[in-house]
Design a protein around this ligand. Sequence first.
Ligand code: ATP
Ligand code: MG
Length: 397
Amino acid sequence: MHKMIIRVLLVEDSPSDAKLLRQIFTHAYQHELQMVHVERLSEAIDLSLAENNSQVNDAENANSQQDKFDVVLLDLGLPDAVGLETLKEYRAAVADIPVVVLTGLDDEELAMQALAEGAQDYLVKDQITIQRLIRAIRYAIEREEILNKLRESEEISRQALAKEQQLNELKSNFVAMVSHEFRNPMTTIRTAIDILQNQNNLDEVRKDVYFERVQDALNHMLQLLDEVLFLSKSEAAKLEYKPAPLNLISFCDEITEVLQMKATGQQNIIFNYEGDCNLAYMDEELLYCILTNLISNAVKYSPPQRNIWFNVICKDNVAIFKVKDEGIGIPEKDQVNLFQTFYRASNARRVQGTGLGLAMVKKCVDLHGGEISLESQQDLGTTVIVKLPLNYRGESN
Ligand code: ATP
Ligand code: MG
């Protein structure tokens, strides 16, 4: 498990103690142990950090074969630090090298406190034998390795738990939302069907009205289901980024045309572009999700017949999509939470929505290696800006 040579940093200001330890090392274990001796805490910290860095730089610097120290033997009474502070200061600066403290005969209590502060072991100076020293060093290294593994697995479990909690939260949010959001369209459908079934004297125009209501309610529920499915896919990391060559201009043109037709309040979507946007490499489905959600929001949260500006600027290998409206705006306190699932701003209650659109947009932007930002002022309007690399090949590349 261990490598052949163990590197020890001895931090000891007493020349006689240092000499003794050095002798033990040299005579008994010169092939196994390599010792570096310093007298001050500051030197020990500098050296430990420098050795750590030299390891990081090894890839660039083939000559530097220097490993980091495996263990530190730390005297607790140094010219620049005394008592437990010595250990605390060292551990604060260097967290990943095990420490064995060196104490005097009458310092057992201090030694115990040192163990509580993270030292792996202690040695009483006048009682050091070769066997004790070697055993302390080996145990300290082994304990540190076990501790590191424990920390790693704790971190993995912590992340898994956080993920699980997030999914649970999403699920319970979903249940709450389903009972709330699905109830309205279902009631609409039931009422419409009741009327269509039981009122024989309905004329064709009235019948059409009720059929249309059923149709709208169904569409709304299907859209809701699609959104939830999309998000659960992305939570389970099953949402993929599948880029392909894409002409941004005709793509954005089409989206504008479709959303313009759907804008029941006759808001006016004005599309403009700058730069060479013909040759992008992006995921069409994800980009569609981003743009339709942003433009639909701009339409939905604007009074009738207002303008909505949809600009695309391509330069320096980045596409900037800007959607600007003069709608109800978003109160400042709500702005930080908008990308959370089911979050809706306090001034949006009268407009229908579930608070899933921007959460989906954020996932799509992340998959594109892009960024999203938002500027908004209540009652004045909102501008959302999405920046995507024009040629993003995916995360692993
Ligand atoms: P849906 O899931 O149907 O899109 P939604 O529009 O409520 O529902 P999001 O698109 O996620 O959900 O937007 C979250 C909230 O952000 C909205 O509820 C609204 O309060 C606010 N918002 C988003 N875009 C705008 C905008 N252009 N103007 C004003 N408020 C907006
Ligand atoms: Mg929306």
